[in-house]
Design a protein around this ligand. Structure first.
Ligand SMILES: Cc1cc2nc3c(=O)[nH]c(=O)nc-3n(C[C@H](O)[C@H](O)[C@H](O)COP(=O)(O)OP(=O)(O)OC[C@H]3O[C@@H](n4cnc5c(N)ncnc54)[C@H](O)[C@@H]3O)c2cc1C
Length: 530
């Protein structure tokens, strides 16, 4: 037994981190002399599985999150990002905010529970154009974007243009994909009465996935019923193909098909938390390769749990999938084994018989495989909701969720659009060779700098286009329209696959106001696109 109190630092306030802290608090004894602290970049425990329902408005965004200070009373909580962990020196460096505040925390034991992050870098153009589905902000943005597409399409006289704005591509065919596609379909279906100029047949929602079927972790019959429900909602499936590339104008599939769309929703594509790259820990497929006790080999005092950890499940002999119930039970296992280490007892291997899986696909349908029993339809939707309610930490939370679901059933979907925009002032964009980046006569909203590839400035005549200028890496265009002309005076087209960074007109205006010298460097030319 140590002669001073032992400090446990939990890094990450998701399901694994929260459950580890709760278990330590519930099971520690005064003789253990254990202090528990938690540091997390977010100050809420987020229930990812409920997020798609925020898209359709069935749930209020704040009701799918639980404040950590509410769920962990008595645990010192630091709303910081852990930037560095010195595993030998047992010290963590924490930072927060644009102000760059920092602090250090010492520990005797650490639990790594930082989850995973969205990583679309593997797919050409997805990082620039696809909408991720990892955070609550992503879903709020997505909802606002979908409603924005309806508003835009409703004003376009050309059927071809309307089709592009009304085509929604969902990348993936797992739980997040089918739930997101279903909720998008419900949001649009319940909104169309407000957009009489849009015909239901003009809307396309397409799930694209390389697999042979959707929901591969469910049995085939259940997946088939989910597929039937998607068809009933008007969701198309393109299976056995991947998204080969993605631009602001649409996607190209691996079989060569091009789908014109302004909305690509990425539910596939997760990557390791960047903290892992800084740690000398063994890794397998982007997760920490733990032993069966949730310990990190080589460090008896370092534990990992949840999506960040690859832990073999003694019940199945297989590595646990990145799912909620595994994160919860691994958090508990890490806590139990810290207590065992403090008390000099034998650690217990991780063992978990998964409860099952549920995909809630809209207001009145779900597919569920719970404790080996398959169900679908309203019964499964009810079971899925009761399951989520059973995990909520208080009656207040349960009541808020239940009220949301009841209101959505009785009063229909709320199509209010939040004014959510991207937080980044500089936006990356990618264009395929031949794509038009800006068109003559369009209102200028962005200033562009080419970071890769080549583009040409052309004047569109009745016959051939007249080439005005070639642009390459480091060249910029679009400023005149922002500084006075209003409309583009020529067209800029990508000659090769081209990447640009774009700054919106408000931010560009602010930049120019702050740096008047920039204006003197702009080569004002009458025949150029500005
Ligand atoms: C859209 C979507 C739908 C899903 N649906 C389901 C479902 O229906 N069923 C299911 O079982 N699973 C589902 N999952 C997966 C499930 O959400 C995860 O398995 C689960 O959240 C993992 O929990 P975790 O605690 O490991 O990580 P997380 O819940 O991701 O929590 C990680 C925490 O660590 C914090 N953090 C990260 N880096 C740092 C750092 N450097 N310093 C401090 N804090 C940090 C983060 O802020 C976050 O709070 C879904 C996931 C998504 C994205």
């Amino acid at each position: 037994m140590a002669d001073r109190s032992q400090k446990v630092l939990i890094v990450g306030g998701g399901h694994a981190g929260v459950r580890a802290a709760q278990r330590l608090l519930a099971r520690r004894r005064p003789a253990d002399r254990l202090e528990v602290a938690l540091a997390s970049a977010d100050n809420v425990e987020l229930w990812h599985g409920l997020m798609p329902q925020v898209l359709s408005g069935a749930l209020q965004p704040q009701h799918v999150m639980v404040p950590l200070r509410e769920v962990l009373p008595g645990v010192p909580f630091h709303n910081y990002e852990v930037r560095e962990l010195d595993l030998d020196g047992r010290r963590a460096l924490l930072t927060r905010g644009v102000e760059g505040d920092e602090m250090h925390l010492d520990f005797d034991y650490v639990v790594l529970a930082v989850g995973s992050v969205a990583n679309l870098a593997r797919f050409p153009g997805m990082m620039e154009h696809a909408l991720p589905t990892k955070t609550i902000g992503d879903f709020l943005y997505l909802r606002s974007h979908v409603i924005g597409m309806l508003e835009t399409a409703a004003e376009r006289p050309s059927a071809e243009e309307r089709r592009q704005f009304l085509t929604f591509v969902v990348v993936g065919a797992g739980f997040a994909a089918v739930e997101t596609a279903s909720e998008t379909a419900e949001l649009i279906k319940s909104s169309l009465s407000l957009y009489p100029r849009i015909q239901p047949g003009e809307v396309r929602i397409i799930c694209v996935d390389p697999g042979a079927r959707i929901l591969p972790s469910l049995n085939e019959e259940l997946a088939g019923r989910a597929e039937k429900h998607l068809h009933a909602l008007g969701v198309e499936l393109k299976l056995g193909v991947t998204v080969a590339s993605c631009t602001s104008a649409g996607v190209t599939l691996s079989d060569g098909e091009r789908i014109a769309s302004r909305t690509v929703i990425a539910t596939a594509g997760t990557g390791p938390n960047p903290l892992l790259a800084t740690l000398p820990v063994p890794q397998t497929r982007g997760r920490i390769a733990c032993d069966e006790y949730c310990r990190v080999p080589g460090w008896e005092h370092v534990f990992a749990a949840g999506d960040v950890a690859a832990v073999k499940n003694a019940s199945t002999g297989r590595t646990s999938p990145p799912m909620v119930t595994y994160a919860l039970s691994q958090g508990e296992c890490a806590a139990d084994n810290i207590l065992a280490a403090v008390r000099g007892e034998k650690p217990v291997p991780y063992q978990h018989t998964g409860l099952g899986e549920v995909a809630i696909m809209g207001r009145a349908f779900a597919v569920a495989q719970l404790r080996g029993r398959s169900m679908d339809g309203r019964l499964a939707a009810l079971a899925g909701r009761l399951l989520f309610l059973s995990y909520m930490p208080s009656w207040r939370r349960r009541t808020l969720l239940a009220l949301d679901w009841t209101a959505a059933r009785l009063l229909g979907t709320d199509v209010t659009r939040f004014g959510v925009s991207r937080s980044s002032a500089v936006q990356g964009m990618r264009f395929n060779a031949g794509d038009t980046i800006v068109g003559r006569g369009e209102l200028g909203n962005y200033f562009y700098v080419i970071t890769e590839g080549e583009a040409e400035v052309v004047e569109r005549g009745s016959g051939d286009d007249r080439l005005l200028r070639r642009l390459g890496r480091g060249d910029y265009f679009g400023e005149l329209a922002l500084l006075g002309e209003g409309r583009r005076t020529a067209t800029v087209r990508a000659v090769s696959d081209t990447r640009v960074i774009a700054i919106n007109r408000h931010d560009f205006g602010a930049l120019v106001a702050a740096m008047p010298a920039m204006l003197s460097r702009v080569p004002w030319r009458d025949d150029d696109v500005r």
